[in-house]
Design a protein around this ligand. Structure first.
Ligand code: NAD
Length: 407
């Protein structure tokens, strides 16, 4: 038997030898892995010709205080931002007088500036507006030492950030968020971008502002409904990151009381800062900020944007928490607590709509995230996790909050 086996092996080896000989052989005997890798790379023409270490952008100072808008110029000058400034503002911030106050502060600090007023809001988060702002910069011959200051709501911050990230391959950026949502969320963490072909934030970058100037005073002109929108994001942060923040929200006598003291706004901002610090490029924990957003985005576009972002996110959080409770992923009672705070903040907890029409709209999120539907949910109050859900589970969650078929 052994002789037969040896003969067979020899015959096969002889047959295959021409094929084996066609490959270049590297003898690894007694050599280190590094030596062998270098040898293989050199023979295959893949040898490295150099290695470049790229620094990502350096720190982003987030400063916070009542009335600090009056010292915008001082804060910039103190950080060496003395190049020509292009301040881009949205209508709401202008009409409330915040742009004027910012410009006065730049003048007092003897900084050079131009003002580019735009309408703002989601409609201006578009490449056409980006081009208008580029042109305004080019007309004024802004060079690479220039600074873009974006003053307004979250949409304006995202747009101004995108311009700063791309004009002359990137110039300095300062953000002055003037809505609650922008102060606790949009302006912090460096995500900038604009919408494209009906898809939100379809093009963008990670480009943190050198300074984010958060002055809660600027919220005094924000209409109540817009305040509720921002509060939806504060509720979101509380449920996935901080039980203490939820306690504070629950102690507000009414929605507008959030304006009285900056405590809650600051605490919510700090939670976002902590998350971004752990996960700047959204590869892990930062995805917790999507709580309510997988269902919420579908509800928002399913309503033809009749529902505001904050309203849709509120409904989305209810849907996702309902599923979490049904599946035993969070303790019972979590949903009740969520519904109670949302209702007190005058946010909706359900909508008219056909779940079979809304649920497929989640595919857009799915496509962006490797074909899986993920919900960020509170595994407990203040402690979020990301879970994968099936299409049926996602449909059931939508069915819980979308009733009737009039959306
Ligand atoms: N980059 C991020 O990480 C991030 C996070 C969350 C949300 N966002 C984006 O934020 C945007 C929503 O932001 P938003 O809720 O601030 O809405 P928004 O930017 O559309 O602003 C809403 C309206 O408020 C007006 N406004 C601004 N400041 C005002 C003030 N002080 N007083 C009165 N009116 C004022 C604006 O002119 C606008 O008409 C969305 O585009 C969303 O995608 C971005």
């Amino acid at each position: 038997v052994h002789e037969d086996l040896a003969t067979t092996l020899e015959r096969r080896l002889a047959q295959r030898q021409p094929v084996y000989d066609a490959f270049e052989a590297v003898d690894t005997t007694g050599r280190s892995v590094d030596e062998v890798v270098r040898d293989v790379a050199a023979r295959s023409g893949l040898a490295e010709v150099g290695c470049l270490a790229f620094e990502r952008r350096r720190e982003s100072d987030i400063i916070f205080g009542r009335g600090i808008l009056g010292d915008l110029g001082g804060a910039m000058a103190a950080r060496g931002l003395r190049g020509q400034i292009m301040l881009v503002s949205d209508r709401g911030a202008r009409e409330a007088g915040w742009a004027e106050q910012a410009l006065r502060s730049l003048a007092t600090a003897e900084l050079q500036f131009v003002h580019v007023p735009i309408e703002g809001g989601e409609g201006d988060k578009a490449l056409a507006t980006v081009e208008r702002v580029y042109r305004a910069g080019a007309d004024r011959q802004l060079d690479r030492s220039a600074v873009i200051v974006g003053l307004g709501g979250g949409a304006l911050c995202d747009l101004a950030g995108f311009v700063a990230a791309t004009y002359l391959r990137g110039i300095e950026l300062v953000l002055v968020p003037t809505t609650l949502l922008a102060q606790v969320d949009a302006a912090i963490g460096g995500k900038v971008g604009v919408d494209l072909l009906g898809f939100k934030n379809a093009v963008g970058a990670f480009y943190p502002a050198r300074i984010v100037v958060i002055d809660p005073e600027t919220l005094s002109s924000v209409p109540p409904a817009l305040l509720s929108d921002g509060l939806a994001e504060v509720v979101k942060i509380a449920f996935v990151r901080s039980g203490a923040l939820l306690d504070r929200l629950e102690s507000l006598p009414r929605r507008e009381a959030i304006l009285a003291g900056p405590d809650i706004i600051r605490a919510a901002g700090e939670e976002k800062i902590r998350l971004v610090r752990i996960d700047p490029y959204e590869r892990g924990e930062r995805a917790l900020l999507n709580f309510g957003h997988t269902v919420g985005h579908a509800i928002e576009s399913g309503s033809g944007f009749r529902l505001s972002h904050g309203q849709a996110i509120a409904i989305g959080m209810v849907a996702e928490t309902w599923l979490a409770e049904c599946e035993g992923w969070c303790p019972s009672g979590t949903l009740d607590r969520l519904m109670a705070i949302l209702q007190r903040l005058e946010l909706p907890v359900s909508t008219a709509g056909d779940p079979d029409r809304i649920a497929p709209l989640m595919d857009q999120d799915k496509k962006r995230r490797d074909g899986r539907i993920r919900f960020a949910i509170p595994a407990d109050i203040g402690c979020g996790v990301v879970v994968e859900v099936s299409a049926e589970q996602a449909r059931a969650a939508v069915g819980h909050v979308a009733v009737g078929n009039q959306a």
